[in-house]
Design a protein around this ligand. Structure first.
Ligand SMILES: Nc1ncnc2c1ncn2[C@@H]1O[C@H](COP(=O)(O)OP(=O)(O)OP(=O)(O)O)[C@@H](O)[C@H]1O
Ligand SMILES: [Mg+2]
Length: 317
């Protein structure tokens, strides 16, 4: 289960404004990827291009042998059924209770009877820990619950690929930890391919198998979590460690004077690489590997203190 997404030389602009160019990456089947990037670098545009809601200027998005950038509308409609999408605000209908919100895709896209719909809705509500709230309106529950309800709705059609656009925005750190655990547990359980756009560095450091960084109209880096967390590449290093020193400034890029004012001595040491968040339901991750395996295979010495159980507990993992 889970489907690979192969993105090749993808370029997207609106009018004369290039958003990103020549993006090439493969999102492996069944794994969790996180996409990072400063605000406005086109992360949401990237997600929309992957589901064919936006057409790229050039390049391809290959899913199960079909290039969704160029395929006919009818094929696109079929491919879209593989996707579940968690929109940033949950995108619930405000006047419908949670039950009807979550049942909506089933009633729209399947011929299931109401009793079959009920079984699926209850199963997904249970999966995200919301049993008993089905009669509530979206406005009557907390932001964290709305995210989970959005997730339940994204899962009703048993997607092979789930896209999350900032699932943790607006959540407090404790709720973010619970949601991250839920995401990791779900990934192990339903074995679908997950792509998460987030601004939360702790999420990016602990949840995914692979990390990508969009910066300055291109994909700065994409690869295994340990590769990016041990990278000395200035943009990657600055972004993944939330540092002020580096090429990224308040309005995207620092100018030459600003950069010159920083010396290498200002550069803080790379923090330890935390343990990857493990599923709590006892099911292994599809791509579970020994902590430090990537570093070892590639002859990289991880920062001191990396993969220390106690350390990752204090950072919320
Ligand atoms: N339909 C559209 N038409 C024209 N321009 C668009 C459209 N959608 C997005 N853009 C532009 O594309 C750029 C990238 O937008 P996008 O929403 O993908 O950024 P983002 O990386 O998701 O930012 P954030 O982190 O703030 O959510 C922005 O400059 C935005 O104005
Ligand atoms: Mg966005």
């Amino acid at each position: 289960m889970g489907v690979e997404i192969k993105v090749e030389h993808l370029t997207k602009s609106f009018g004369k404004q290039l958003i990103w160019g020549d993006v090439t990456l493969t999102i492996p089947a069944g794994e969790i990827c996180v996409m990072l990037g400063p605000s406005g670098t086109g992360k949401s545009v990237f997600l929309k291009t992957l589901i064919g809601l936006l057409k790229p200027d050039r390049g391809s998005v290959i899913i199960e042998g079909t290039d969704i950038a160029t395929c006919p509308e009818r094929e696109l409609y079929e491919i879209r059924k593989l996707f579940g999408v968690l929109f940033q605000d949950g995108a619930m209908f405000g006047s419908m209770n949670l039950y009807d919100n979550i049942a909506f895709p089933l009633r729209e896209h399947t011929k299931k009877s109401e009793s079959e719909v009920r079984d699926v809705v209850m199963e997904k509500l249970d999966l995200v820990g919301l049993l008993g709230t089905e009669d509530k309106l979206p406005g009557e529950i907390s932001g964290g619950m709305r995210k989970r309800a959005g997730l339940a709705r994204a899962l009703v059609l048993d997607p092979e690929i789930v896209l999350f656009d900032e699932p943790d925005s607006g959540l407090d750190p404790v709720r973010t930890s619970f949601l991250n655990q839920l995401i990791v547990d779900l990934n192990a359980q339903i074995d679908a391919t997950f792509l998460i756009v987030t601004h939360d560095i702790n999420t990016a450091r602990t949840v995914p198998d692979n990390i990508g960084l969009l910066y300055h109209k291109h994909l700065a880096m994409f690869g295994p979590r340990e590769m990016l967390l041990s990278s000395e590449e200035p943009v990657v290093r600055q972004f993944l460690n939330a540092q002020k020193v580096g090429p990224i400034g308040m309005s995207e890029e620092k100018d030459a004077d600003e950069l010159a004012a920083e010396s290498d001595q200002d550069l803080p040491a790379l923090p330890p690489i935390p343990m990857q968040l493990e599923p709590s339901n006892g099911i292994p991750r599809r791509s579970q590997r020994e902590p430090g395996a990537w570093c070892e295979e590639n002859g990289i010495t991880p920062p001191p203190g990396s993969f220390d159980q106690n350390m990752s507990m204090t950072t919320g993992a």
